[in-house]
Structure formats: structure tokens, C-alpha cells
Design a protein around this ligand. Sequence first.
Ligand code: URA
Length: 227
Amino acid sequence: MRYNTSMKNLKNALLLKQLYQLKQLGYKYTSVTAYKDEEQDFTLPNTLKSLEKQAIECYLCELSKSRHKVVFGEGNQDADILFIGEAPGATEDSTGKPFVGRAGELLTKMIENVLHISRNDVYITNIVKCRPSNNETPTPSQAHTCQPYLLKQIELIRPKLIVTLGVTAYHYLTGDDTELSKVRGTIHKQNDYTIIPTYHPSYLLRNPSAKKEVFDDLLKVKELMAK
Ligand code: URA
């Protein structure tokens, strides 16, 4: 999705939130002129630190009601490789860090044993920054509301390569709903960045035989990084 569309989603979500607040205060009517675009500053901060601060204070979707911690992302702010997963799970929700549960341990091994770099050298984040209850797949509305944060992270980190983990990350980032088995390991160019989709580590925990494919995809990542 383009950044402009994504900003529009953020504006709509903010507007909706303001209207709910007014409703709670007892308002039955309000003037739409109060919400003219130019009267609001919707620009997101230009540093990851302030962006994270804004995300931590975000209540734009229902995931904010049940989360314990916002899981913004972590790693090298100048990383060449950005990994994008789906959504925080229980361990991530309680620690505020991405990919620290079982799937996270596997991701760390993949980074260290195949790419031969440290996990601290890359940046890791998710499509949505708050845990969906019962680990459900984020809804399109949740993903779109959260997308401005992700797009701004990409803009600030400017990675050479984005590796999407699992079908949800690939689908929400690119809008392409081709089966993951058909696109994994291929290069997808979008705006001025390059995406390589691969399987999610949680999928590998359930289907260890797919590790070979992920190994091949990461070798491709390694090859591209060496260029
Ligand atoms: N799965 C994800 O997609 N992201 C996490 O941070 C953890 C598990």
C-alpha cells in the first residue's frame, strides 16, 4: 500500500477515535469542519525513538485494549536487512520485544547460522505492534491502521532488503495474495525497496521439512547482500 493511502487510514482512525471520545462525553452532534485536514498535524516523527513513543501511546484500534506492551520492533536502526513478522505473541506482549518466544529462538538461529550475522545487526518488527487476542491473524482494519508505523520504520531504516516472514506479512505489505509457496524466495520490488518472502518460523516449528526452503531463501538473501 502507498504511504498516502496509509496516512489516510491513520487520519480516518484518528477521526473515528475523536468522534468516539466526543460521544463518550455526551455529544450527539459535532461539526465536521472541526476536522479539516490542514488543521491537524498527522506527520509521523522522523526518528525511530519518537515513532516508538507515539506507537506506545497508540489507541487507534481494539488491539490496544488487550495488549500489555506495544511491541514496536528492535535491532540495528541502520540495518541492511529488515525482518517483518505478523504480530506479537504472548511472550512478546509481556516483554515488549519482537520474536522472543519459540519462533523467535528459531529466527535468531536462522539469522546467526545461515546469514552468519548477529541478530543485533538486523532490525525485526511486525505488521501490527500489539498482540491480537488468542493469537488471531490481524484483521485488514488492524493491519491498515498500524501500517503508517511500519512504513515509517521502513522509511527511516532504509534497509537494502526486507524479508517478510509468513503469508500475513507478505500479503499486508504488498497487497499480493498469491500463495506463499509460489512466491517464497522470489524478489518483489515495491516503491524503492526489495522484498523477499519466506515462511514464518512458527510454520517451521509445525512443518520442520520446510526448513530446507527457508535455508535456500536465506542463502539468496546472503547472496544479494554480498553484491
Ligand atoms: N510471531 C510473529 O509474527 N511476531 C513475533 O514477534 C512473534 C511471533
